[in-house]
Write a protein that binds this ligand. Structure first.
Ligand code: SF4
Length: 727
């Protein structure tokens, strides 16, 4: 059975899975799948199994080739919309993560001082009983609120959330405020939807700000961006660094950090002054335009040039070119923009600029979120959750009234542990998250972990946070386990094991379930095993779990939204809110506005951090295949700075911020503004359990200050300034 036949087979399966009429099973019956069905090829010791990648959060479709129980190769599933048949370097290297000698192979209970790296082997029963006992002790003595729960974006996250709600704590930390709060909050306040999509395929003009798709890979989007470039579409990148996306762009604008909003406000100024906006769309679908006209009067291109250091004539030209390409023109919603307290305003200006172009639901414009809601999957039936007692330790909404409740402000949670105010957390259950390396001020996170009564971590390897745990509950790797089902657009995909777990590990679905049982909360997660849970999720659809497993996905008809009708926006006015009613109610400036960001002192530099295509945040640096292609992070220094301090590439330099100091190798380049220093995040691990990456490079979390945007809760990472010297 050749690979070509196999690919053909999966396409045939896809075709069979589509288009039957309601009331009849939409997935082809087994006989119709025929012998070309890849899942039926488990002959002579070789089989192909479809599943979903988890080397990052993008959820690409994978086809695993398994020979005699060993995973030999991973390929992209051509039927999956998130990757269109391709895997990125990290996805390809997943085999190494699974077979890594650094996997945690059985449950561990701490046997030495916390952080000493000494544990003993425990049975699952002992480890889960001990965890439940400690959690109950904290609940009985201090209340459920004294337990914090943390998890990051993943397919089993909804079940983790059920566990914490059943436990009764209000304290939940996600990754959101470290990542995209400014974008999602700004779009939520403007369009009533946190993250519209972008139609790359027909776009004629794209502006990226803080979205480095060539290195921060979102598989299908990265492919679409590259296709756009190949077609000759105009791509403008604002970035203080010559990133790989900037290298692909038609125009790179090395903007001064934190001043992107000046650029966009000036673009709006030109578009308004020259009446280049879509008047019909603006009149019909937006509110607050007149307030905007008043606000942007002063934001001339000449004014912006002094702020962002992009020539006024360039801003003017880009505004005119952009408007000429509308509605097939997008100022990309981005991801992290520039990581300043004013990033919310930058994102608001971007959201409003798109609205002025009338590009909503137009070919080449912004597209409403077409993802099928997980709510349409079958839901678990469980008793009502207890009322969570106590205010949230992340400060939402009492300290941060404008931050949407679901987003949170993870970086503030440690302050409460250390100060004991407004009350002190005593325990922390962390699943698949590594706050020691991801949250600013690493030492503060470690101090908080050291102060707690109890810390339990669920992970596949001894992350830097797991290193400080009292119990490590080892999760099976994604190629060994099931997770909750995932609806993407109008298809439901399944993550399923391609081999049996190599070690004494469990899926997080079962870890949460068994922990809930031990806590006396089993009724909130009412499933016997993963198959039972997935069958309950699949209940509303006329397809069996076995068929779903065989085909890899199930296509649901008639779930695509009809955008041909008049648009309705989920804002309080029902329109796109150029003037935000929420901001107005809170007594804030309701239209996008300029907030002056702080600047480094004369002997300091902006510290910029970002991604590389070969690693995922804090997760893959211990993967030996990926280390081979990206072995260490270095500090990008402009040639003039390197000359001043007398260093060349690969010399050691010391970076020092207000909160920490690291030694790191220099990378001397013209590709960065002279007032900036850049480093890729995720290196500088402190866990000795990560034997391949321990001690390599430096962590940006050791340098980052904790600065929070009061509106979105976003962590303003780039408001950290550093001094640099030769080591
Ligand atoms: Fe895996 Fe890469 Fe897709 Fe992320 S983008 S899910 S790492 S293949």
């Amino acid at each position: 059975f050749s690979r070509r036949q196999f690919i053909k087979g999966t396409v045939a399966t896809a075709a069979l899975g589509v288009g039957a009429t309601a009331g009849i099973g939409l997935l082809a019956p087994e006989a119709s799948l025929g012998t070309d069905n890849p899942a039926q090829t488990a002959t002579k010791g070789t089989k192909f199994v479809t599943t979903i990648c988890e080397q990052c959060v993008w959820r690409c479709g994978v086809i695993a080739k398994v020979e005699n129980g060993v995973v030999k190769m991973l390929e992209g599933n051509p039927n999956h919309p998130n990757n269109l048949g391709k895997l990125c370097p990290r996805g390809n290297a997943a085999i190494e993560t699974m077979y890594s000698p650094d996997r945690i192979k059985f449950p561990l209970i701490r046997a030495g001082a916390r952080g000493s790296g000494l544990w003993r082997r425990a049975s699952w029963d002992e480890a889960l009983s001990y965890t439940a006992e400690q959690m109950k002790k904290i609940k009985d003595k201090y209340g459920a609120k004294a337990m914090m729960f943390n998890s990051t974006d993943n397919l089993s996250q909804p079940f983790f959330e059920i566990l914490l709600k059943a436990f009764g704590t209000p304290n939940y930390g996600t990754q959101r405020s470290l990542c995209f709060n400014s974008m999602t909050t700004a779009f939520l306040y403007t369009y009533g939807t946190p993250q519209p999509g972008t139609d790359y395929s027909q776009c004629k003009y794209m502006i990226f700000t803080g979205r480095n798709l060539a290195e921060g890979i979102s598989n299908n989007e990265t492919q679409e961006m590259i296709e756009m470039v190949a077609k000759g579409v105009k791509v403008v990148v604002l970035d203080p660094r010559f990133s790989k996306t900037a290298a692909k762009a038609t125009e790179w604008l090395p903007v001064r950090p934190g001043t992107d909003s000046a650029f966009f406000l000036a673009m709006i100024h030109v578009i308004v002054a020259e009446k280049l906006y879509d008047e019909v769309f603006v009149n019909k679908y937006t509110q607050g335009f007149e307030d905007l006209v008043t606000e942007v009067k002063e934001y001339t291109p000449e004014w912006a040039e002094k702020k962002c250091e992009i020539a006024a004539t360039t801003i003017q030209r880009i505004a005119r070119e952009f408007a000429a390409a509308a509605p097939a023109a997008i100022a990309h919603p981005n991801w992290r923009t520039s990581n300043f307290v004013n990033s919310f305003q930058t994102e608001r200006a971007i959201a409003v600029l798109n609205a002025l172009m009338g590009n909503w639901a137009q070919p080449g414009g912004l597209i409403p979120d077409q993802e099928m809601s997980t709510a349409k999957l079958g839901v678990l039936s469980h008793p009502p959750f207890p009322q969570a007692q106590g205010i949230r330790l992340d400060g939402v909404p009492w300290q941060y009234p404008l931050v949407p409740l679901a987003y949170g402000v993870i970086q503030t949670m440690r302050d409460n542990i250390l100060s004991g105010k407004p009350y002190e957390a005593k325990g922390w259950l962390i699943s698949r998250q590594n706050p020691v390396l991801s949250v600013p001020e690493r030492q503060k996170t470690i101090n908080a972990l050291m102060k707690l009564d109890f810390v339990a971590v669920i992970d596949i390897q001894a992350s830097d946070t797991a290193y400080y745990a009292d119990v490590i509950l080892p999760e099976s790797y994604y190629l060994e386990r099931y997770d909750g089902l995932i609806p993407i657009k109008n298809k439901i995909f399944i993550r399923q094991p391609v081999i049996e777990p190599l070690y004494d590990t469990k899926s997080s679905l079962m870890i949460y379930k068994e922990l809930a049982d031990k806590l006396g909360l089993g009724e909130f997660l009412p499933y016997k095993d993963e198959m039972d849970l997935l069958s309950q999720q699949l209940k509303p659809f006329p397809v069996s779990l076995e068929d779903l497993k065989r085909a890899g996905y199930y296509e649901v008809e008639n779930l695509k939204e009809d955008h041909s009708k008049d648009f309705e926006f989920q804002t309080s006015s029902g329109k796109i809110e150029i003037s935000s009613s929420i901001m107005a109610q809170m007594g804030k400036k309701a239209v996008p506005t300029w907030n002056e960001p702080p600047r480094p002192k004369e002997d300091q530099y902006y510290l910029l951090t970002g991604k590389t295509a070969q690693h995922t945040q804090m997760f893959t640096q211990n993967n030996r295949w990926l280390l081979e292609v990206f072995p260490v992070n270095r500090a990008w220094l402009h040639t003039s700075v390197a000359k001043k301090i007398g260093v060349k590439t690969d010399d050691d330099v010391v970076l020092e911020s207000e909160v920490g100091k690291v030694t790191i190798k220099a990378y001397v380049t013209e590709g960065i503004r002279p007032d900036c220093i850049f480093m890729v995040g995720g290196f500088g691990h402190v866990s000795k359990g990560l034997k391949s990456s321990y001690g390599l490079g430096a962590s940006d979390s050791a340098l980052h200050k904790t600065v929070t945007d009061p509106i979105s809760g976003g962590s303003a990472l780039s408001e950290t300034f550093v001094k640099v010297s030769k080591a």
